[in-house]
Design a protein. Structure first.
Length: 301
């Protein structure tokens, strides 16, 4: 059981069923996805609480590691926000469903946090890549297949194989180096990937590996989540092999559609320019955002 506020309990695997049952009532916000919460809890600092029938999380920021408080639910929201803002000067990653349930929004300072919007794509569009705006992607995929056809092979990821986990870690390190990421960011994400492998049997994961001439060069790890939606937790590839990222994204979309998913959540771009350009390039008229907000007391503004 999730303890009642003001008490908090450390997140552990036993909370999976209760959290999944609760969040299934809402759109699939990535920050409240149990698998994401659990695998990013690399230092054992994530805590949860039940405040007036709402789920409260205290977690480390994905990039900075600083503590973040957030809430999901619709019950007594004004009262719940006031209680939390007595604990923390701001609430972050607050879903739009919470904002829409505030009775007196003028009592709070509410600011959209564009960097944290989740990207929701219809898988059919990602599979077909139809239209003139996707011509470049179609050409890149064709070029990749033509270039590497003889050496290209694919495998389903076996999460219980420690060799694969080690190789995936090496690809992630190469991917991070190509993007000049700082050491702390790399440490945190590497630990999250390792934790996901360690507890993979508890989650409905779909993993794909790409090989060129028997060399492991890219992978994608997705979860069959809720509401016909999959969540992309990690996708990495070695950029030396031109156009592999576009090929892999299209391949994953086909695979997830085969599993019966209709949408995929590519999570947030964290305000990183390159990541934003990539994710926006897949957005069309059928795509959408799951918006999130930062809330502070009016007096704090």
């Amino acid at each position: 059981m999730i303890v009642k506020y003001p008490n908090f309990s450390k997140l552990d695997i036993s909370h999976k069923q209760e959290i999944n049952a609760f969040v299934s009532q809402f759109p699939p916000y990535s920050d409240f996805n149990f698998t994401s919460l659990f695998c990013w809890d690399i230092d054992g600092t994530t805590e949860i609480s039940n405040l007036n029938g709402n789920l409260v999380i205290k977690m480390d920021d994905y990039v900075t590691g600083e503590p973040v408080y957030s809430i999901l639910g619709k019950q007594d929201i004004d009262k719940s926000l006031t209680a939390l803002l007595n604990l923390s000067p701001s609430l972050k990653l607050v879903p739009a469903d919470v904002i829409n349930s505030i009775q007196f929004p003028s009592n709070f300072e509410i600011v959209e946090d564009r960097d944290q919007f989740d990207y929701i794509y219809p898988l059919a569009a990602q599979v077909d890549l139809a239209g003139g705006h996707n011509k470049i992607k179609r050409n890149k995929i064709s070029k990749f297949v033509r270039t590497y056809y003889e050496d290209l092979s694919l495998k389903k990821m076996q999460f219980n194989d420690p060799t694969i986990m080690h190789e995936a870690d090496q690809i992630f390190l190469s991917w991070s180096s190509e993007r000049h990421r700082n050491n702390d960011e790399v440490r945190r994400e590497a630990a999250a990937i390792e934790r996901l492998f360690k507890y993979a049997k508890h989650f409905m994961l779909v993993g794909i590996q790409v090989f060129l001439a028997d060399t492991f060069v890219g992978f994608s790890i997705n979860e069959i989540a809720q509401m016909d939606c999959a969540i992309c937790h990690f996708q990495k590839s070695i950029l030396t092999f031109e156009n592999i990222d576009v090929f892999l994204s299209n391949l994953v979309a086909k695979d997830l559609k085969h599993f019966g998913c209709k949408y995929t959540n590519w999570e947030q771009d964290l305000g990183l320019p390159g990541l934003r350009r990539l994710k926006e390039s897949y957005m069309n008229e059928d795509g959408s955002f799951l918006k999130k907000y930062t809330i502070t007391n009016k007096s704090a503004g």
